[in-house]
Design a protein around this ligand. Sequence first.
Ligand code: OOB
Length: 545
Amino acid sequence: MTEPAPPQQIWPEDRAARYRAAGYWTGETFPALLRDRAARHATRTAVIGGEMRLSYEDLLEDARRIGAGFLALGLRPGDRVVLQLPNEPAFVQVMFGLFMAGLLPVFALPAHRRTEIAHFAARSGAKALVVADRRGGFDYRAMAREVSAEVGLAHVVVAGEAEEFVPLGSLSGDPGLLPPDPEPSSVAFLQISGGSTGLSKLIPRTHDDYLYSVRESATICGLTEASVYLAALPAAHNFTLSSPGVLGALHAGGTVVLAPDPNPQTAFPLIARHGVTMSALVPPLALLWLDAAAARGRDELESLTDLLVGGARLPPEAARRIGPGLGCRLTQVFGMAEGLVNYTRAEDPDEIVTGTQGRPISPDDEIRLVDDQDREVPEGTPGQLLTRGPYTITAYHGAPEANARSFTADGFYRTGDVVLRLPSGHLVVQGRATDHINRAGEKVSAEEIEDHLLGHEGVYDAICVSIPDAELGERSCAFVIRRDPALRGPQVKTWMRGRGIASFKIPDEVRFVEAFETTAALKISRRQLRARLRAAALEGESDAD
Ligand code: OOB
């Protein structure tokens, strides 16, 4: 097998020169950032999780030890390491440990399972995987064993009881052997795309581009040394990691508190105990927090000044309730792991904060709204959002076909979102042009689910669509033509679970149909079929099983 090429992310030279000249790309790198903050804020608290509390100095020391430990295992700068850890201090320690050693984290989410982790490892050419031992009744070591057998990992490092693997606590090496700082224009890590067509793609982000978005995000959101950021959603997700997130808080010299889950019963006491000032949620969780605040009272939320909401559409009526209901300021965030992030601003009038998804971070974020033929739509008309700029990727890693689909010839990323732009530059997300299900902020590719369903011998064909859902925003519904008339919905779901995929990808509903409508002359595309089935489902025409 040939070694996969190392990830790269290249902007055309004229644009790169412009971004440097404008002061966006400063040449800072992640190792340099941590060293600098440890020097400036040595004894301040950087990270809190459970009963553990790390100062900036501690974090630097741990990162150096862990980074050197990875090198001592035989990994070399530039190697990829799939990082799948829950919201615990180990996540931050290992992330910075990998940065210190010039190793590239591939950020998986705790919900990912064998099939997805194997895909990330194979696609990135990862040499190692870092997991927790067991969380929420799931044994990540058993999963690591299966992944390793499938894709041949050289090392599995486990936070906790390691069994036959390498215990995270045992990693050590000579920090003197850590490599020099990486090139600021080199890839620092790989994010996972939400994926609207088929399997998730890998998103290479550079030190230059990511640190620009982190620094500006921290400024826009007003983070300072006094800020305490609660990571309630998974820390590895782009929203929680950088918008402004864990990295924004550390960039500002503030404190990160890691919540094991985002539910009010867990999060509210943490807010009260640690004086949390800011957190970030997807819309369904924001509504849950509102209900909890109404029921429990707002005493525990005294210190909370800012709540960011993003990842999926926040209806204006819900947006209006957040400020008064939680006693804090709402910021809407419309972002994507591929780059572009929009925020409403502190100085925006209320109707902009509640009625739009913000405006871009950078004056050099270029926005184009186009129709199906890539023609610009008239002012004031919704269009498909294309974007390029100083922190939006120009290509996915090792995916030429996806790149041809997802980027224009002149380097704009096709977000798949349909948006309206106000004269003020604020964007209002209207919907999307691609087929994914945004299930409470988790993006599920219709195609990926259909491919799984087609693997079932009792399934002749399947189409997966999104259906509006009061709690989740959207839920997934699979329309199935069965070969086996005895096949039932619960069986299909159980079988899907056995495929080793994140549980948010299991169809919420399975409906059986006799046939998919096709016209006599022209076979209609799966996209058109999805649109028709979605419309039919909304009218309640098919029978649920
Ligand atoms: C964030 O990142 P991803 O990569 O999980 O998902 C990106 C997609 C967007 O293309 C859009 O379809 C949807 O999620 N989205 C929103 C939204 N924010 C994201 N749709 C409507 N309203 C919003 N406010 O989800 C993400 C990354 C960084 C910051 C925030 C969110």
